[in-house]
Design a protein around this ligand. Structure first.
Ligand SMILES: Cc1ncc(CN)c(N)n1
Length: 221
């Protein structure tokens, strides 16, 4: 059985919990207040800077030229397309780019990105794919399920749903799933156990990232 089929049930529990979170549910309904969303935009921008390093490290460790090329284009599209969405949100909110880039990462952003970059630095190519998978699968699944209920009647939230439910992001997610399946097919049982653990950790952080935005989490001192 393909690796992503073996974790499908568990993954689904994470995506359902994320969908039920009030931050996500209200974004989908178009009723989310601007403040938590502004917080999310700032935190996600600094998250994406570190997340992009995952692609650079993935390209460096890629076992084939084909996967090296895809990691390079994922790096390019994150920095120039996905982050453009955030730059356009910032412009609409009157936040300038220097201010956006100077955002202090929250405890959750810091912990999540440290986990990703540590995994990419010390781990194998398979470890990188396992830690990356929930970032793509989770966003794509969340946005597609929200889109199934109807695109929110709110320009900024509609743009969010359209970007992450769109064909390009869906294709990249499918590619990431099949890459995970290929890597896991030739891995040992203990490698597969580690991939599962890395997948779970990133999926937990995906939930916590939404929750931190909802609570507008800050450092205590
Ligand atoms: C926290 C988080 N996870 C995933 C994605 C999708 N690249 C994102 N923008 N932010």
């Amino acid at each position: 059985m393909a690796f992503t089929d073996t974790i499908h049930g568990e993954a689904d529990e994470f995506w359902s919990a994320i969908l039920d979170h009030p931050m996500v549910a209200r974004l989908g309904e178009g009723s989310l207040d601007e403040e938590p969303f502004r917080y999310w935009v700032r935190q996600d921008y600094v998250y994406l800077v570190e997340y992009s390093r995952l692609f650079a490290l993935g390209a460096a460790k890629a076992p084939t030229l084909d996967s090296m090329g895809t990691f390079a284009s994922l790096l390019e599209s994150t920095v120039n397309e996905e982050m453009d969405l955030h730059r356009s949100y910032a412009a609409e909110f009157g936040i300038d780019i220097a201010d956006l880039e100077a955002t202090t990462p929250s405890p959750t952003t810091r912990a999540y990105t440290d986990f990703l970059v540590r995994t990419a630095t010390l781990g194998s190519f398979g470890d990188i794919v396992a830690a990356l998978l929930p970032c793509m699968w989770g966003f794509n699944e969340t946005a597609r399920r929200l889109a199934d209920e109807g695109v929110p009647d709110h320009d900024q939230y509609a743009a969010w749903v359209e970007m992450y439910a769109g064909d390009e992001f869906t294709e990249l997610t499918d590619w990431c799933k099949s890459l995970m399946d290929d890597v896991a097919a030739s891995a040992t049982e203990s490698d597969r156990e580690r991939y599962r653990d890395l997948f779970r950790t990133s999926a937990q952080y995906e939930y916590l990232f939404w929750d931190a935005a909802w609570r507008r989490e800050e450092w205590p001192l």
